[in-house]
Design a protein around this ligand. Structure first.
Ligand code: GUN
Ligand code: ZN
Length: 431
């Protein structure tokens, strides 16, 4: 029996179903006057405040009207790009060459990598993100920097060494063999250590030779419980480049599939321009797609059709894609997803947006039994949102007729000021 150490009081939001597939009233549990019991780093109970026992010795923390929910899960980002977020005026390949690669080269210095990892987690936590799946750089020490920082904060976090053996500057290239060896050593060092997990990480097909893709496919086959993350079909020029580089491939996905880099634990960023074959193959294997809406507008990539992909039965998560994405905030990311869905005439409901940023992303990372929902037995990574964090938001939410009208102004206009509190592993995090 776990002992309750804390009782949090506030409004509570949990999912018991997927609001893309289930009527809202069956997918969501909301308590206007709710309580959450925590103990041993886990959620022990959630419900109406009157129904939750308050054992002697448990500390009660009253958040008033604050909305207690699962911490956000950011399913695709590049922590090394923290320092170059919001760099102006390029499309993908130009943006990589002009801003990204020079900055990623700086992370060869382990001190700089540590500084950036610390800065990234400070910002992510202040925005309510409690789990992240990040790309590191090609330098193994950049993976160490990320995991060391996450571990010191008790966070559940995932990452992998980015592998590139062509079409990248000399100082950012490894080889097929060194990518395999370094990734294997890092995986053995970090995978399943406390709350950390390793993701095998070929950057994308244009920057890996077939030999490197094969080597990483072989590594994944040896460690099938790891995730594998990469990019797919983000921009037209990129897709044309992939066709030139892999003339025998049926399509972009085939450049991965042919080398053992397709499976249920694959996490593909962007996936905007999928062919019918790619879509049906992805669904067949149950791979994850990650929508990165602020990046897709910022770099001018296009519109991922979230509602259509969900209706098709795809596994979909949501992510900032820092720093191709223009915000560290999953609230801002939800707003961008909403705006893009409006351009397709498929407006996403606030419950669907919240689900994508928590349960959806956790599902893509195969962590649904651990994080991404406020439910009994889950790890106690929680956030408390202030639904009136600015005067503009407050005056709109004051008129709200229900919880979704109260939440939507924060989704559309909120930022880190909306993060009233963050709990990591059952303990309050310092923000
Ligand atoms: N494709 C390959 N690398 C990257 C990257 O760093 N950011 C984005 N947005 N797309 C990529
Ligand atoms: Zn990316």
């Amino acid at each position: 029996m776990s002992t309750t150490t804390h009782i949090l009081l506030g409004q509570t939001l949990s999912f018991v179903g997927d609001p893309f597939l289930t009527p809202l009233e069956d997918a969501v549990r909301f308590e206007r006057s709710g309580a959450v019991a925590l103990g041993d780093g886990k959620v022990l109970a959630v419900g109406a405040a009157d129904d939750i026992a308050r054992p002697e010795g448990a500390k009660i923390v009253d958040y008033g009207d604050g909305l207690i929910m699962a911490g956000f899960v950011d399913a695709h980002l590049h922590y090394p790009q923290t320092g170059i977020i919001a760099s102006w005026g390029k499309r993908l390949i130009d943006w990589l060459n002009s801003y990204t690669f020079p900055e990623e080269a700086r992370l060869a210095d382990p001190d700089y990598a540590r500084e950036i990892a610390k800065r990234y987690f400070d910002i992510a936590l202040s925005n309510g993100t409690t789990t992240s799946l990040s790309y590191a750089t090609i330098h193994p020490s950049s993976v160490d920097a990320y995991f060391t920082e996450a571990q010191s904060r008790g966070l559940r976090a995932l990452a992998g060494k980015t592998c590139m053996d062509r079409n990248a500057p000399d100082n950012l290239r490894d080889t097929a063999q060194s990518a395999y060896d370094d990734s294997k050593a890092l995986l053995e060092k970090w995978h399943n250590v406390e709350r950390l997990g390793y993701a095998i990480t070929p950057r994308f097909s244009p920057t890996s030779t077939p030999e490197q893709l094969s080597a990483l496919g072989a590594l994944w086959a040896e460690h099938p419980d790891c995730l594998m993350q990469t990019h797919i079909s983000e921009q037209h020029e990129e897709i044309a480049w992939v066709h030139d580089l892999f003339p025998d491939a049926r399509d972009y996905l085939d450049t991965y599939e042919a080398h053992g880099l397709l499976g249920a634990r694959a996490v593909y960023g962007h996936a905007i321009y999928l062919t019918e074959r790619e879509q049906s193959r992805l669904k067949e294997v149950g791979a994850g797609l990650v929508h990165c809406p602020t990046s897709n507008t910022f770099i001018g990539s296009g519109i991922f059709e979230t509602a259509r992909m969900k209706a098709d039965g795809q596994r979909v998560g949501l992510a900032t894609d820092t720093g191709g994405g223009s915000s560290f905030s999953m609230l801002r990311t939800m707003a961008a997803a909403y705006e893009l869905s409006q351009l397709k005439g498929q407006p996403l409901h606030p419950a669907q947006l919240m689900w994508l940023a928590t349960c959806g992303s956790a599902d893509v990372l195969h962590l649904s039994d651990k994080v991404g929902n406020l439910a009994v037995g889950m790890e106690a990574d929680l956030i408390v949102l202030d639904l009136a964090s600015t005067p503009a938001i407050e005056q709109r939410s004051r008129r709200a007729g229900d919880i979704w009208e109260a939440v939507f102004p924060t989704i559309m206009m909120g930022d880190d000021r909306a993060t009233k509190a963050v709990w990591v592993g059952g303990k309050p995090a310092r923000l």
